[in-house]
Design a protein around this ligand. Structure first.
Ligand SMILES: Cc1cc2nc3c(=O)[nH]c(=O)nc-3n(C[C@H](O)[C@H](O)[C@H](O)COP(=O)(O)OP(=O)(O)OC[C@H]3O[C@@H](n4cnc5c(N)ncnc54)[C@H](O)[C@@H]3O)c2cc1C
Length: 295
């Protein structure tokens, strides 16, 4: 059994680089270790919060009680380049998987190359970009109830996928692994070109050099959150060390010393101003953890 660590700052576990300490943390590297970690939390009466790469998380400066179960080390993937079937553990970085799939001549994941999350996080969030999303290619996930029980498979049709939404956001299940069905037999060089061009488009239109969590707000379709924010002249607006990016108005960047509360206040300020001007309430895509009104 892995040794749980105490009072570990979660800022190191999020791409925003903010977040107070986890009372306890475990970083399993195998499915068995993951199941043992869940058992440890139950045996000790600790609540358990599962996280992936922390690229869509705003964790409060006061941290999180109980066990934080970080799955970013639960890595590994098997690709069948003839059948197009890809099986990946939950912590496998989705950009790494996208590149491996391209090398194997498997088409389907080129959109994922600039999304710095894990396979598990992508399934939970139905992550997507540039016209593609997880739901288009995911066949099934293997999950285990956080409160105890055997693992089982949920097929795509059971996952209630929608724009940046899945049934997995209920938070009662831990995703151990996912199975994708991609298109086999494509030219790896062409797939690599597509993947690279997707990445360079993103790095030229989005702020990749400062800590962020990508787009903060869901798009109130058919409107774009970034455009509504930009129209209000809010680019560059700051609260403490948090700033609305000058490159992309739906990104809030940490300029160096932001706290989670700075970021949360800036989120609230944007919501209020957009609602006042456009009568549309923006909803965060980001998951807020440890806040009294956590969503
Ligand atoms: C620079 C940048 C660009 C981004 N661009 C995009 C984009 O283009 N499109 C897009 O959709 N997103 C984008 N994101 C947001 C983010 O990368 C995605 O939402 C990603 O899917 C989150 O994965 P994660 O592993 O980091 O999950 P986390 O942020 O760690 O967690 C997200 C949610 O999933 C849950 N979760 C994570 N893993 C598991 C698991 N194994 N089992 C159960 N629950 C789990 C967590 O509890 C939490 O509720 C971007 C982020 C950054 C920093």
């Amino acid at each position: 059994m892995l040794e749980p660590r105490r009072n570990v700052p979660l800022a190191e576990f999020t791409t925003w680089r903010v977040g107070g300490p986890a009372s306890w943390i475990l970083e399993p590297e195998s499915v068995d270790e993951t199941l043992e970690a869940l058992q440890w939390a139950r045996a000790n009466g600790h609540p358990c919060q599962v996280i992936g790469a922390g690229s869509n998380l705003l964790i409060h400066d006061n941290g999180l009680p109980g066990l934080t179960l970080s799955l970013r080390r639960l890595q590994g993937a098997e690709l069948d380049s003839n059948a197009g079937v890809v099986e990946a553990l939950a912590g496998e970085p989705i950009p790494t998987l996208a590149r491996r799939a391209a090398r194997a001549g498997l088409r389907g994941l080129a959109w994922a190359v600039g999304i710095p999350g894990t396979v598990g996080g992508a399934a939970v969030m139905n992550a997507g970009a540039q016209g593609g999303c997880t739901a288009d290619w995911l066949e099934a996930v293997r999950v285990v109830p956080i409160e105890g029980g055997e693992s089982f498979e949920l097929g795509r049709d059971q996952l209630e996928f929608d724009y940046r939404h899945s049934r997995l956001q209920q938070g009662d299940l831990l995703v151990l692994s996912a199975r994708f069905r991609l298109e086999a037999g494509h030219n790896p060089q062409e797939l690599r070109r597509e993947t690279n061009s997707n990445l360079s488009h993103r790095t030229s239109t989005q702020p990749y050099t400062l800590p962020s969590c990508g787009s903060v707000f869901r798009n109130p379709e058919p409107l774009k959150a970034g455009r509504l924010i930009e129209e209000l002249g809010l680019k560059g607006k700051r609260v403490g060390g948090a700033e609305i990016s000058n490159i992309h108005a739906n990104f809030i960047v940490n300029t160096g010393n932001a706290t989670a509360v700075d970021i949360d206040r800036l989120i609230g300020l944007v919501q209020d101003q957009v609602e006042h001007r456009h009568a549309v309430r923006l909803h965060p895509e980001v998951k807020r953890l440890g806040f009294a009104d956590a969503a």
